[in-house]
Write a protein that binds this ligand. Structure first.
Ligand SMILES: NC(=O)c1ccc[n+]([C@@H]2O[C@H](COP(=O)([O-])OP(=O)(O)OC[C@H]3O[C@@H](n4cnc5c(N)ncnc54)[C@H](OP(=O)(O)O)[C@@H]3O)[C@@H](O)[C@H]2O)c1
Length: 340
């Protein structure tokens, strides 16, 4: 094994939507694990909207990043050398690797994976943090019942596609909101949604009213802004809203605001969601969702880029809404990818 590796660092701090030039690929040394640590090789790197807030210092636990800092990020990684008593070489984990080919960990916060359960990359999407976000928002907060109408925005992304499919399993009528006709076609064809509205069409507000038959029991919000406001206007009395994400403001940092009258009018319940509160549900959720995946009741769509050097462009695509499906960079060698 060579002791050199590729790493991606910040070349400039992004102002607004990140672009490829904000990042630089550099050559670095593969670190040595100390006592109680292990070395892992990045196989699949997860690209997530929270990373934009993290480098700006607006995400919990992250200080603002500086030029030259390694980009943060979680990956599915293969343990290649272990000096940790409970982490075996040859095992797969989800861990904070940052955007680099090899990383050392002391084991804190890792999640061990069973490669026979499902394709490994699903541990970053449906069977990972985005899926748990969806599951927690539905089962712990909104609690939809069969026959209710649920609307979800960013409908084909990691969280949105999980929300819609889980809500279908729960017996709901599901309407997605997405940013292109292609995404809407995928929401219906791949994920089995009952309808989907493209908010870039001029008639989108009427389209949403029609698709929901002017009845929204649950709105799962991933974006904030006009779509949130439109969904609020269609909320039934005592309708529930899960506030999950504000991607519309991550690039600008300008706070999204909303009128409060519709909240009062609908006697709405609004829930703020932070996935980290629901870690204890992870194992039971993954067992259920893996079974639904195997049975064909749920599906996975990934927006894959190949090679670590493609991460900056893929992240720029994600943060400008051009990804279709869960955004992932395949970093590890084909032989490992073939494993999943
Ligand atoms: N609360 C939590 O604990 C938690 C946990 C995980 C994720 N989240 C949030 O959930 C949301 C979805 O995350 P994800 O990982 O599944 O991402 P994603 O949906 O795969 O990707 C982001 C999508 O957001 C949409 N979007 C809407 N407005 C946008 C804008 N102004 N700029 C860029 N994209 C825009 C785009 O889809 P369209 O073209 O369809 O609009 C884009 O494809 C994010 O807001 C994320 O921060 C929250």
């Amino acid at each position: 094994m060579t002791n050199r590796q590729q790493r991606v660092v910040l070349a400039r701090i992004p102002t607004g939507t990140p672009v490829e030039d904000n990042f630089r690929v550099i050559d670095g040394e593969v670190p040595e694990p100390g006592a109680g640590e292990f070395l892992a090789r990045t196989v699949y790197l997860s690209l997530d909207p929270y990373l934009r807030s993290a480098i700006a210092g607006r995400h919990m636990g992250h200080a603002p990043a500086a030029v030259g800092d390694l980009m943060p990020g979680r990956s599915v990684a293969l343990v290649v050398r272990s000096r940790h008593p409970d982490v075996l070489e040859g095992g797969f984990v989800v861990m904070e690797t940052g955007w680099q080919e090899y990383a050392v960990s002391n084991g804190r916060g890792i999640r061990r994976l069973d490669p026979t359960l499902a394709p490994l990359s699903t541990a970053l999407g449906l069977l990972g943090m985005p899926g748990l976000t969806a599951w927690a928002g539905l089962t712990q907060l909104a609690r939809p019942v069969p026959g209710e109408t649920l609307v979800v925005s960013a409908a084909t992304g990691g969280v949105g596609s999980s929300v819609g499919q889980l809500a279908k399993v729960m017996g709901c009528r599901v309407i997605g909101v997405a940013g292109s006709d292609e995404k809407c076609a995928i929401a219906a064809r791949v994920f089995g949604f009952d309808g989907c509205v493209n908010y870039r069409h001029e008639s989108w507000r009427d389209d949403l009213a029609q698709a929901t038959r002017r009845r929204v029991d649950v709105y799962f919000d991933n974006v904030g802004g006009p779509v949130l406001e439109a969904a609020m206007d269609l909320l039934v009395p005592r309708g529930r809203v899960v506030l999950c994400g504000l991607i519309g403001q991550y690039n600008t940092g300008v706070p999204i605001t909303m009128p409060l009258a519709p909240v009062i009018r609908a006697r709405a319940q609004m829930f703020g969601l932070v996935v980290y509160d629901y870690e204890p549900l992870f194992d039971s959720y993954v067992a259920r969702a893996a079974a639904w995946l195997r049975e064909g009741r749920m599906r996975v769509l990934e927006d894959r880029a190949h090679g670590l050097a493609s991460a900056p462009a893929a992240f720029a695509r994600l943060m400008s809404g051009q990804n279709v499906g869960k955004s992932i960079v395949v970093v590890g060698p084909e032989a490992i990818e073939g494993h999943s």
